[in-house]
Design a protein around this ligand. Structure first.
Ligand SMILES: *[C@@H]1O[C@H](CO)[C@@H](O)[C@H](O)[C@H]1NC(C)=O
Length: 262
């Protein structure tokens, strides 16, 4: 019986499977055509593997958008402002944003009619734009370590929106920070956090955040909110979903809606 080198793909499909490596070795010496065939098969398999690998997670990749190095949930907050307005209406009057790059979020919020905005930057504000410096000068943006009580009275803001910041906190600090965020808000707390497996921060930025981001799953967060006694904001969730659908908005980050403390 002669093996035709012309059709190695079929051989593979027929169940030749992986143990072929050894036997091929001797064959390839006698038949250069066969080794070329094998290369082709290898390439096809590799492409197929990569393709199916990405194909299986199409929705993830879409959700991650075009950001090669990962997604910042603060830029996601900017994108979501029209949806938040639909979901929260009047509660967008006085918004506090908490998270890295808060100047960007605050600037976007300030462009909205009938919205006042403030920002808390949990890390250093170095290398910031002139616009950001001016927000700091006006007292709209301040640097504050969110592991400690926030420098605001209860219900100072109608809505508090957090992005990225919580992904860098261990449960020990989350236990302190989340109730604080709920305390300073009157009508709700919105959390934008990364998906598990999501890439975010460049290693160079790591020192700024103290530890790598830990992306928790939606079920982890949901369980955690129950554990520390924070209630989900069902009406806001519904309205946010409806508005997202209408505007074909797909958040690249997980979005949670919680009630403020009474
Ligand atoms: C956080 O708070 C919850 C609820 O009070 C408690 O069960 C949990 O042990 C706390 N976690 C840490 C790390 O302190």
């Amino acid at each position: 019986m002669s093996r035709r080198p012309g059709n190695p793909a079929r051989r593979f499909a027929d169940g030749g499977s992986l143990p072929f490596v050894g036997s091929m070795h001797s064959k390839s010496r006698s038949s250069p055509l066969l080794s070329i065939g094998l290369l082709v098969v290898g390439a096809i398999l590799l492409i197929g593997y990569l393709y199916s690998g990405s194909g299986g997670r199409t929705s993830d990749r879409e959700a991650l958008g075009n950001a090669e190095g990962g997604v910042s949930c603060t830029s996601e907050v900017q994108r979501a402002i029209p949806i938040l307005k639909k979901a929260y209406g009047d509660s967008m009057r006085k918004v506090l944003h908490v998270g890295p790059d808060t100047c960007l979020a605050v600037s976007s919020l300030l462009k909205e009619e009938d919205t006042e905005a403030w920002g808390v930057e949990p890390y250093d504000l170095d290398d910031v734009s002139a616009n950001c410096k001016s927000l700091v000068r006006k007292g709209l943006v301040r640097v504050a370590d969110i592991k400690f009580p926030l420098p605001y009275r209860a219900k100072s803001f109608s809505l508090v929106v957090v992005s990225d910041a919580l992904d860098y906190l261990s449960p020990k600090y989350l236990n302190k920070t989340l109730p604080e965020l709920a305390r300073v808000s009157a009508d709700g707390l919105v959390i934008f956090s990364g998906h598990p497996g999501q890439q975010r921060v460049k290693v160079a930025e790591m020192s700024k955040f103290g530890r790598p981001a830990k992306f928790r799953s939606s079920s982890w967060w949901t369980r955690y909110f129950v554990q520390i006694g924070l209630q989900v904001n069902e009406p806001a969730i519904k309205k946010f979903e409806q508005a997202s659908l209408k505007k074909s908005y797909k958040p690249a980050c997980q979005v949670f809606h919680l009630q403020s403390h009474d």
